[in-house]
Design a protein around this ligand. Structure first.
Ligand code: GRF
Length: 218
């Protein structure tokens, strides 16, 4: 059996991406082991998902810490104690301090529900709709000091229809998130992703120039 990459998943809410990662591990499509699921919110539904699969969970409420650094240090301490090698942000609604980023330099991944660098920040499905783009999607990227700025590992594209509601578009994007996040982590586990400057090189990348999307269709 392949070596299982020890990961820690950080959540704040529903945890559907966490669920996709759990499912991929159980289906043996992802050679990883979730050593801890950590939430900054005690009522995050993702915690119940984790417990259902007998995963170790931790709740660290940021409101009981005096500073962002103190909070992040406590999170890092738990991750280190659990011997986590890759930190997976899955709907963790907090910005990480430089202390955290340095502790896990190039070993933190995030998923964002837009095609970065377009629409960083929050409520980005609404921003994509308001802007009138024909496509949006999701991005798995490494986390660096700037919010939603780090090197891009994988993206999926979905169409945006002018009469989409924010929630319809969000659901369309989320479906793809659940596909690409476990896959990006697997590429990392296989040591196939390499950060070169601000780019990520992926080994064995298949190049298909016909993979073109046009909308409205011709
Ligand atoms: C996802 O849309 C993700 O892209 C964003 O937060 C949301 C988390 O959803 N970072 P879930 O908790 O995984 O269901």
């Amino acid at each position: 059996m392949a070596r299982q990459l020890p990961i820690g998943v950080l959540i704040s809410g529903n945890g559907t991406n966490l669920q996709a990662i759990i499912d991929a591990i159980e289906a043996r499509a992802l050679d990883a082991k979730i050593e801890v699921v950590l939430s900054n919110k005690a009522d995050a539904y993702g915690l119940a998902r984790a417990q259902k699969h007998n995963l170790y969970t931790a709740v660290l409420d940021h409101k009981s810490f005096s500073s962002r650094e103190a909070y992040d240090q406590a999170v890092v301490d738990i991750l280190r104690r659990c011997k986590v090698e890759l930190v997976v942000l899955a709907g963790f609604m907090r910005l990480l301090s430089p202390l955290f980023i340095k502790a896990y330099s190039n070993r933190i991944m995030n998923i964002h529900p837009a095609l970065l660098p377009a629409f960083p920040g929050l409520r980005v499905q609404k921003k994509a709709l308001d802007h009138g783009v024909r496509f949006s999607g999701c991005t798995v990227h490494f986390v660096n000091d700037e919010c939603d700025e780090g090197p891009i590992i994988m993206q999926a594209v979905v169409p945006v229809f002018p009469d989409d509601s924010e929630s319809v578009l969000a659901a369309r994007i989320l479906k793809q998130e659940h596909k690409i996040y476990p896959r990006a982590i697997q590429l990392y586990a296989e040591r196939k992703v390499h950060i070169v400057g601000r780019r990520v090189m992926v080994d064995d990348l298949s190049k298909d120039e016909k993979q073109v999307l046009i909308q409205p269709q011709i």
